[in-house]
Each structure stands twice: as C-alpha cells, then as structure tokens.
Design a protein around this ligand. Structure first.
Ligand code: PLP
Length: 435
C-alpha cells in the first residue's frame, strides 16, 4: 500500500523502518535500552546536548534509543517528519495541546470521541489548564466553522470514531482548519496508518493510542504524536511556544532552528521534559515488534469484522449493526474515500431485547473476552453504556452514538466462523433469559 513510487511499500517499511542492525554487535532487532542516563564525552558535549545544539541522548525522560527507533518507524509509516512517543494515548493529547495552547485558549473537537478523550477534553483540560474545548458535529462541517473563534488553536477529530464507527470527512475539515490558520489533528488509532493516511488529506498532525492496533497484542500502553512537518508555526501569533524565543533554551526559537522538526523537537525538549509522560523502553520494544505485522493483522481484522457484521445484520435477535464496511452503512462512501473501502475491526450492534439482554450477552460469551480495550489479536466485547461511557449523561451518550441496547466489539484475528458461533450461542442464551 505504498502511496508514492519512490517509497517502499507499507509492509516493507513496517518491517524495516526505524532500525538498522547495530554496527558493533550485529543485533538484528533494537535492544531494550533500560538506561536512565547516557554518558557525556566532555563538558562541551554535555553543554551542547543540553542546549539542543548537538543531537544525542542524555536522559530517558526526553529521549531513549529504543523509543527513538519506534518514533522513526511511526514517522515513516505515517509519512511524517517526526514522531514523539508518550506513556499513553491520552498523554499524547495532553503533551500536544501543551505545545499548541496557552491557558485561556480554545480548541474545537468532534463530539464523537473515545469516552476517555471526551472526559479529558470536556472536564479536566478546562479545569486544570484553562484549555476550553468547543464541540462540533462530525456530520455537519458548518458546525466546525461556527465553533472556531479567534482563540482557537486546533481542530481535533477521530478519523474512524470510537465506538460509533463514524468516518470523518478529513479533507473538508482540514479546509476549515486551514482557513482559520490552525492545524487539524487526527486521532488515527482505529483506522491505523495501514488503512488511512490523514496527511494526504490535509491534516497537519496525527495522534495514536499505540496501545490498540499498532501494538496489537494488548501488552504495552503507549501513545504518539506524529507531525507532518508542513504546518507553518510562524504564519500568525497563535503558537508562541513554537514561533517565539524559548526562555528555558536561552532564546532559541523552535520553528526557526528545527524547521519541519520544530514540533517534534519541542515535544521532546519541553513537552516530555516538563510533563514527564515518557514511554518506557520495554513498551516501545513491544510496540516496535507489533508494528511489523500491522498490515497482515489489519487485513484479517477487516475481513473478519465484515463477515461477523454481515452475519449479525441477518440475525433475528439483532436490531441494528453499525459498521462502515457494510454496503448499507451511511459511512460507506467515506470508507471508500478515506479507508480504501475498509473499516477496521471495531463496530457496534444493538440487540432487540434492550439494555438487559445486552448486559446478559456479555455475560454469556465464551471466546470473546469481556474487557475495556480494542485492537487486540483476541476478539473483545463490552456494553458501552454501563462501562466506557457510563460517566456521560444519557444525552452525551446519544451524541457519542452510545445506546442502551448497543454492544461494542473489537474483532480479532481468529477464524471468523468461531467468532460467529460464539456470538450466536451468547445471543441465544441472553434472548432466552429475557423471554
Ligand atoms: C484508547 C484510545 C485513546 C486513549 O489511549 P490510551 O492509550 O488508553 O491512553 C485515544 N483515542 C482512541 C480512539 C482510543 O481508542
């Protein structure tokens, strides 16, 4: 799935990008660099590294060799200038907005978001940091225009939103951001760079919870900010952290000094330095390994999800299925445009029996695992209204497409027939109990 002729294909880059065999030891995969600090060869070397005039490692809160290998692989797969890894996906949001915003600034976000992101944006960021979030409706591009003010510093959307399956019109929203002189940030966690390339449609920055599909095996938390390197931070006065001299680095201006790497350098040198939510080397190693099979896994996730969704669509006890990969889905045209006709492995469906039957179904699955996660090799199921989205009011839940009879599944890479059989027996058990 390589997009440009002069570039290697996606699966080749997924295996090879980010690391070459070590010239001293010949080690074929990156070492887990369990080092806090890195030796300076002289006082001058130390001073230059601390003032950012010489690249290199000094202290693992800012940079670490294993994390750096993952950052290089992620930037390559996304077609970006640089990447910064964080402890989790939510830590990536915080560090990125910390670079773009001052207290009293605003940003615009789609209301169709992962529940944790919605809480973070709606409650915590405004209370603690004074970053006000104005929400817009993904289905109404004008609502983004109306939400933008002089104080706006970014627009934030999910390419394929969790859990509703809505797909954003990235190109149209990127135009709104461009007119406002602010970057469009796309959380591409569920679509992954294998299915969707937000930079090709005008997005400036992509974020990930690498915890999900990129790691793929549910064994390491992590997040990432990937910068396209194309946004001009000096075009207006909105981004002083990047365009104005930084006092803590003796008046260095990041955009002038580091050009397309300005945001990436800022995220390491100030974001990770001051917020501290760095990624651990072991987690970076596990995600680096997971990424090697991302293309293979996404093919199987998409194929299985389509088979299971088609089966449920015909099931007499199922009221509705919301999966953008289905021909009848209102999001299918967007899936065709932005995701190559595919729709990843996460979707929702509703049972005719309502809330209680949905809860019972979760209690009766045998192969599906009842957990609050997505993007694992294993198939997962959860009743969103009573769990991931329970901190939201009913009105907020409906805005996020979370319904009382709805279940969210993350379809794994097992054999589709086994997944269908498991859902069939759980549906039968739950419906029988309700009758
Ligand atoms: C899980 C998730 C996040 C948060 O990531 P963590 O790694 O759990 O902090 C953000 N966005 C989306 C779409 C997610 O699914």
């Amino acid at each position: 799935m390589g997009t440009k002729k002069d570039m290697q294909g996606f699966c080749t880059q997924a295996v090879h990008a980010g690391y070459a065999p070590d010239s001293e030891t010949g080690a074929l995969v990156p070492d887990i660099s369990q080092n806090v600090s890195f030796y300076f060869t002289s006082a001058n070397d130390a001073a230059e590294k601390f003032s950012l005039s010489r690249p290199g490692f000094s202290y693992s809160r800012l940079t670490n060799p294993t994390v750096a290998a993952l950052e290089k692989k992620l930037a390559a797969l996304e077609g970006g200038a640089g990447a910064t890894c964080t402890a989790s996906g939510l830590a990536a949001h915080q560090m990125l907005l910390f670079a773009l915003m001052n207290s009293g600034d605003e940003f615009v976000a789609s209301s169709r978001l992962y529940g944790g992101t919605y809480n973070q944006f709606r409650n915590s960021f405004s209370r603690s940091f004074g970053w006000q979030c104005r929400f817009a409706d993904l289905g109404d591009i004008d609502s983004f225009k109306r939400a933008v003010t002089e104080k706006s510093r970014a627009i934030f959307i999910e390419s394929l939103s969790n859990p509703s399956g809505a797909i954003a019109d990235i190109e149209a929203i990127a135009r709104v951001a461009e007119e406002a002189g602010i970057p469009l940030i796309v959380d591409n966690t569920i679509a992954t760079p294998y299915l969707c390339r937000p930079f090709d449609w005008g997005a400036s920055i992509v974020t990930y919870s690498t915890t999900k599909y990129l790691n793929g095996h549910a064994n390491a938390m992590g997040g990432a900010v990937i910068d396209s390197g194309k946004f001009d931070w000096s075009q207006n006065d909105k981004f002083p952290a990047l365009s104005k001299p930084d006092e803590s680095y003796h008046g260095l201006a990041f955009h002038k000094e580091f050009k397309e790497m300005a945001l990436t350098y800022y995220c390491h040198a100030v974001g990770l330095r001051d917020l501290g939510a760095c990624q651990q080397p072991l987690n970076a190693f596990l995600t680096f390994t997971g990424l090697e099979t991302l293309g293979l896994r996404m093919e199987q996730h998409c194929k299985n999800a389509l088979a299971v969704a088609r089966h449920l669509e015909q099931h007499p006890d199922v009221a509705w299925v919301s999966y953008a990969g289905l021909d009848g889905s209102p999001y299918k045209p967007m899936a065709d445009k932005y995701l190559n006709g595919r729709a990843s492995g996460v979707f929702t469906f509703g049972v005719k029996g309502g809330f209680d039957t949905a809860v019972d179904l979760v209690g009766n699955v045998k192969l599906f695992r009842h957990v609050a996660n997505i993007g694992d090799t294993r198939s997962l199921i959860i009743h969103s209204a009573s769990t991931t989205h329970s901190q939201l009011t009913e009105e907020q839940q409906l805005k996020a497409d979370v319904r009382p009879e709805g279940l969210r599944v993350s379809i794994g890479i097992e054999d589709a027939a086994d997944l269908i059989a498991d859902l069939d027996q759980a549906l039968a058990a739950a419906t029988q109990k309700a009758a």
